[in-house]
Write a protein that binds this ligand. Structure first.
Ligand SMILES: [Mn+2]
Length: 242
């Protein structure tokens, strides 16, 4: 049976006829990537109820924590910097509650972009509210080239990681983030960095399968040589092995 992959929905504003209702959304490239890698995607609504979250975690074989808006610095005990953009504390709280239950289940987790950031916060880490705050020499991490499936910068990979098994010592990625990991959460290890030192991938030391990347592997979907599908295939493989 194909593994069922729960993907956290993202809160998106509905512009239709002036409605103010939030849409619980998921980009189709996440769904296509899960399907192509052999899984069945299921979008989990933003519903912060302990019983509901227990049911979601019991139902799914693995989880994707997707990209999205900024993490509210209140979630990691800091005050807002002027470069902070849109965030929602209620979304952070929902995700932190759900991630806690996901981690307890020991089921595989793939975290992407905002996902790596909120996972780092779940482990007690903090974030740079804008990549430029890391200091002089920080690269541009918000991609300017709009080629579908386009790349932006390379990352250097640590030995003995999921990424090194898939790509060796380096791989070219896209980059659509303006925040990044600052203090590393306890129990996590860094498995890839950009040339300016920005943290680009994490794994958990004491968890069967937690893989977090700062780029968007699902956005490679339009490429004929979608070499980032390997990240989804490896994750779905771990979900199927449970
Ligand atoms: Mn980057």
């Amino acid at each position: 049976m194909k593994p069922l992959i729960g993907i956290h929905a993202h809160p998106t504003q509905n512009a239709y006829r002036g409605s103010t209702a939030t849409i619980h959304s998921c980009g189709e490239n996440y769904l296509f990537s899960v399907e192509k890698a052999g899984g069945i995607p299921l979008i989990l609504p933003i519903y912060d109820d302990p019983d509901a979250l227990d049911r979601y975690v019991a139902l799914c074989d693995g989880f994707i924590v997707p990209g999205g808006i900024d993490v509210n610095p209140i979630s990691y005990g800091e005050t807002p910097h002027p470069l902070l953009t849109t965030c929602r504390l209620d979304y952070d709280e929902y995700q932190l509650h759900l991630i806690e239950k996901m981690l307890a289940s020991k089921k595989p987790i793939l975290a992407i972009c905002r996902g790596i950031q909120i996972v780092n916060v779940a482990f007690g880490g903090t974030l740079w509210q804008d990549v430029s705050l890391q200091g002089p020499g920080t690269m541009h991490h918000y991609q300017q080239d709009i080629t579908p499936g386009g790349i932006s910068h390379r990352v250097t990979i640590e030995e003995g990681s999921i990424l090194s098994r898939l790509y060796g010592s380096e791989v070219w990625t896209n980059s659509y983030h303006h925040q990044c990991v600052k203090a590393l959460g306890e129990g996590l290890r860094i498995t890839a960095r950009a040339d300016d030192g920005t943290v680009e991938a994490l794994e958990a030391v004491d968890h069967p399968y937690l893989h977090a990347v700062q780029w968007h592997p699902e956005s490679f979907y339009p490429r004929p040589d979608n070499y980032m599908l390997a990240i989804f295939e490896d994750f779905i493989g771990a979900c199927a092995a449970k």
